[in-house]
Design a protein around this ligand. Structure first.
Ligand SMILES: Cc1ncc(COP(=O)(O)O)c(C=O)c1O
Length: 388
């Protein structure tokens, strides 16, 4: 069945942070503005997911969730089929999203005051969660080589204080959509071994890779990292289920797993019934939907990148995954303040401010094109009219 991603769906007044908080956050009204910020898509979830919620509603009892074996089987076969990674059911635990999984991991593997390495610019909540847990953010600024991000471990090695306990890594990278190569992952693991760091690998965007690219899941690419790695995966980004706040941590090492479990217990550790059921249905029946989604997104990406090229001073980082365009506006000569005034007030586009992703993000904007193609075209026209 062909999925109609061009179907207009009104999200205003649907408790959508993307549409219902944009005016408060960016001063852009949803009435005449475009919501192109948070990583949330304007598409309906796969039919099988919606059917599963319908069945739950018909049953009508929404008590505590028990028996995660169906979900674990679905996760195991997805990892095997899509990522060539054979996992065991006992390795994984389910959390209320990956933001929560990061917080639990920080408490499991470090103490207040310890430092946590992140490669900036990176998903803004990494720094927020680290600071909220009274740990210190250590930014390792990414370099740009041939237009895409690279990490610089030599420089990072020289700058270590000795208080670093964890490396929190984003793979594929958000923003910029970089898929890390096997040899890069090997270098990273060698670095973590040399400095005795736990490697938290956030792979939430792993299933949103474009047809010519293949995500390398950490422990299939570098099995020797299994004694220091915590891999985090989720259905919420690829299948647009973010409000279901659900994700999995996969930890092959028993000692690391035990530490995680203790910190997890300290948060109450109960699965979210709706998130669990949605995720299970997505892994079991969502493959074809995802295939069609990625093809649709690829066309949006092409249209958006072509449009961006037509605007003097704009440069879009070539995306290997994700629907989050990462655009450098430095060559427009505009200051960030002036750029964002024009973006919000004139173009009326709500998009993520680059500096919120940390060092290196100051002259960028992140624009989410996971919406109808007609909206992507409208956005390009607005950008051309405002900035050309
Ligand atoms: C890299 C990354 N990790 C985690 C999250 C948030 O995950 P969750 O909604 O499961 O807390 C996001 C959301 O955009 C993300 O981009």
């Amino acid at each position: 069945m062909l999925i109609d991603f061009d179907q207009p769906i009104n999200r205003i007044n649907s408790n959508s942070i993307k549409w219902d908080a944009m005016e408060k956050l960016y001063g852009v009204s949803p009435k005449d503005g475009l919501a192109m910020w948070v990583a949330d898509m304007d598409f309906k979830a796969p039919e099988a997911v919606n059917l599963c919620i319908k069945n739950m509603s018909e049953h009508g009892i929404h008590g505590y969730f028990g028996d995660d074996s169906g979900y674990k089987t679905a996760l195991r076969s997805w990892m095997s089929k899509k990522h060539n990674w054979e996992i065991e059911d006992s390795w994984s635990a389910e959390t209320h999203g990956l933001g929560a999984a990061i917080g639990i991991s920080l408490r499991a593997y470090s103490e207040p005051g310890d430092e946590v390495i992140i490669f900036s610019p990176v998903y803004h909540s990494f720094a927020r969660i680290i600071k909220a847990n009274n740990r210190k953010v250590k930014e390792a600024k990414l370099q740009i080589e041939n237009g895409i991000y690279k990490f610089d471990l030599d420089n990072l090695g020289k700058s270590l204080s000795g208080n670093e306990k964890i490396m929190l890594f984003c793979s594929p990278h958000n923003p910029g959509g970089r898929i890390w190569k096997k040899n890069e992952l090997e270098d990273l693991v060698t670095f973590c071994e040399a400095h005795n760091l736990v490697l938290l690998c956030d792979e939430i965007h792993a299933d949103l890779t474009y047809p010519n690219f293949k995500h390398n899941t950490l422990l299939a690419a570098v099995p020797s990292a299994k004694n220091r790695a915590v891999v985090m995966v989720s259905t919420t980004k690829p299948f647009n289920l973010s409000g279901g706040e659900m994700g999995s941590v996969i930890i092959p090492d028993p000692d690391l797993r035990n530490k995680f479990d203790l910190a997890h217990e300290a948060t109450g550790k109960m699965p979210n019934r709706i998130g669990m059921k949605m995720a299970e249905a997505a892994y079991l029946y969502g493959e074809e939907w995802l295939f069609q989604l990625v093809n649709y997104l690829e066309k949006n990406k092409f249209c958006f990148e072509q449009g961006i090229k037509s605007i003097k001073g704009f440069e879009s980082m070539p995306l290997q995954s994700t629907y989050l365009a990462w655009i450098n506006f430095e060559k427009t000569g505009l200051s960030p303040t002036e750029f964002y005034r024009l973006l919000f007030k004139e173009a009326k586009i709500a998009a993520n401010i680059g500096s919120s992703f940390g060092s290196g993000g100051e002259m960028y904007v992140r624009i989410n094109f996971a919406c109808r193609k007609a909206i992507v075209e409208d956005a390009i026209e607005r950008l051309q009219n405002t900035f050309s």
